[in-house]
Design a protein around this ligand. Structure first.
Ligand SMILES: Cc1cc2nc3c(=O)[nH]c(=O)nc-3n(C[C@H](O)[C@H](O)[C@H](O)COP(=O)(O)O)c2cc1C
Length: 387
C-alpha cells in the first residue's frame, strides 16, 4: 500500500491506474488551459499569517452549507462521467462523502443514476442540474431528485455551450469507451479498472438514457447534449427552475458581481463562484481572484461558495478566510477515486481535512466558522484593477 500524504500522490496513482481517455478528460481545461492552470497557481500568491503561542486546543472544522451540517465546509463537486473513472464511481464517492459528513453532488451527466445513488446511500445527497431546453426532461429531473430525497439542487449556469477540450476530441471520449486498437491497448494495461468495469452494468449515462427523448444509444448522447443545452437561457428561465424546486437552491458558475445579484434576485440560497474548473471560458480569471469582488457585492446577502483549483486544505482555508462559507473539490476527489476507489475518496477528504485543521491551528485559529482575512496576506492588486 503506497503512503499517501497529499492530493498529488493520489493524482500520480490515478494516472497509472485509469485509462488515458478518462485521465485526460479530468485533467484538462478548455483551449489553452490558462484558466485551468491559474485556478491553482493563484492560490499560491496568497500567504497565510503564522501566529504562535495561542491555545489551539478544541479546534473545529464543523460548519453548515445551505443550513446543513458538514464536518468541514468542503463538498464534492458534480463531475460528469465519474463512473468511468472507477466502476460505480458515483456510488463510491457518495458513500465516502456520507461517511465523512460532507455533501456529495451528483452530476446530471453521471454514469450511476439518481436512483442508483439513492439506493446505495443512507443520507440525502445534492443533485446538479444542467439548464436544458427540454422542459419535460427538466421537470422529471427535479421530480426524480425529490423522489430520491436530494437535499439541495445545484443549477449550473456556465455551460450554455461546451468549452472545447482538445484532448477529448483527440481521444474520442465516450461512455462506454469506443474500442479502437489504441484505446484497447491502453485499457489492457489498467487491469483493476477493467475488472471493475466488467463487474458492473453501469457504463452509460444512466441519468439521461431512458429519461430523455431521442436518446436510446450512448453514441447519440453527445449530439443530444449539444442540441439540448439552452443557448437562450436567461434569468426568467432560472426563476422557473426555482419554482420547480422548493428545497435549497445553489447556482453554480458565477464569476461576476452583476450575475451574483441576478442569482440573488432569482431566489438562490447560495452561489458558487466557479469557472467550471477552467473547462469553459478559457481566459477567465481564476475563481479565487474573482471571489473578493463577489463577496463585496453580495457576501452579506447570500451564502457564497467557491470551487475551481482547490488541491489542499490550505487552499480551502484561504477561500474561507476570504469569506466563502463553503468550498467544493472536483479533481481532487476524482484523483482519489481513480487511484483507490471509495477508500481513495476518503483519503482525499482526510488529507484535505488534516491540512485545513493543522494550518488553521498554525494561524492561531480554532474554528472554521470565525475565520477572516486577518490570517491572510493577499498581495495588493490580487483581484486586479481592470479597465
Ligand atoms: C471531469 C470533470 C467533469 C465535470 N463535470 C461537471 C458536471 O457534470 N457538472 C458541473 O456542474 N460541473 C462539472 N465539472 C466542474 C466541477 O463541478 C467543478 O466546478 C470543478 O471541478 C472545480 O474545479 P477543480 O476540479 O479544480 O476542483 C466537472 C469537472 C471535471 C474536472
Amino acid at each position: 500500500m503506497p503512503v499517501i500524504t497529499c492530493i498529488d500522490d493520489l493524482k500520480q496513482l490515478y494516472r497509472r491506474r485509469t485509462p488515458k481517455m478518462f485521465y485526460d478528460y479530468a485533467e484538462s481545461g478548455s483551449w489553452t488551459e490558462q484558466t485551468f492552470r491559474e485556478n491553482t497557481s493563484d492560490f499560491d500568491q496568497i500567504y497565510l499569517r503564522q501566529r504562535v503561542a495561542i491555545d489551539m486546543t478544541g479546534r473545529s472544522t464543523a460548519s453548515q452549507m445551505v443550513g446543513q451540517d458538514v464536518s468541514m465546509p468542503v463538498a464534492l463537486a458534480p463531475v460528469g462521467l465519474t463512473g468511468m473513472q472507477c466502476a460505480d464511481g458515483e456510488i463510491k464517492a457518495a458513500r465516502a462523502a456520507e461517511q465523512f459528513g460532507v455533501p456529495f453532488t451528483l452530476s446530471t451527466l453521471s454514469i450511476c443514476s439518481i436512483e442508483d445513488v439513492a439506493e446505495h446511500t443512507n443520507k440525502p445527497f445534492w443533485m446538479q442540474v444542467y439548464t436544458l431546453k427540454d422542459d419535460d426532461f427538466m421537470t422529471r429531473l427535479f421530480d426524480r431528485a425529490k423522489a430520491a430525497n436530494c437535499s439541495a439542487a445545484v443549477i449550473t449556469v456556465d455551460l450554455q455551450m461546451l468549452g472545447q477540450r482538445h484532448k477529448d476530441l483527440k481521444n474520442g471520449l465516450s461512455a462506454p469507451p469506443k474500442l479502437t486498437p489504441k484505446s484497447v491497448a491502453n485499457m489492457m494495461t489498467k487491469v483493476h479498472w477493467g475488472l471493475g468495469m466488467l463487474g458492473t452494468n453501469r457504463r452509460t449515462f444512466r441519468n439521461v438514457m431512458g429519461h430523455a427523448k431521442g436518446v436510446s444509444d450512448p453514441s447519440s448522447l453527445s449530439a443530444w447534449f449539444a442540441e439540448a443545452t439552452d443557448h437562450t437561457l436567461n434569468w426568467d428561465r432560472i426563476r422557473q427552475f426555482r419554482k420547480m424546486w422548493d428545497g435549497p437552491l445553489i447556482i453554480k458558475g458565477i464569476m461576476d458581481a452583476r450575475d451574483a445579484h441576478e442569482a440573488l434576485n432569482a431566489g438562490a440560497d447560495a452561489i458558487i463562484v466557479s469557472n467550471h474548473g477552467g473547462r469553459q471560458l478559457d481566459g477567465a480569471l481564476s475563481a479565487i481572484r474573482a471571489l473578493p469582488e463577489i463577496m463585496d457585492a453580495v457576501g452579506d446577502k447570500i451564502e457564497v461558495h467557491l470551487d475551481s483549483g482547490i488541491r489542499s486544505g490550505q487552499d480551502v482555508l484561504k477561500a474561507l478566510a476570504m469569506g466563502a462559507k463553503g468550498t467544493y473539490i472536483g479533481r481532487a476527489f476524482v484523483y482519489g477515486l481513480g487511484a483507490m476507489g471509495e477508500a481513495g475518496v476518503t483519503k482525499a477528504l482526510e488529507v484535505i481535512h488534516k491540512e485545513l485543521d493543522t494550518s488553521m491551528g498554525l494561524c492561531g485559529r480554532t474554528d472554521v466558522q470565525t475565520l477572516d482575512r486577518d490570517i491572510l496576506m493577499i498581495p495588493r492588486g490580487f483581484s486586479g484593477d481592470w479597465e
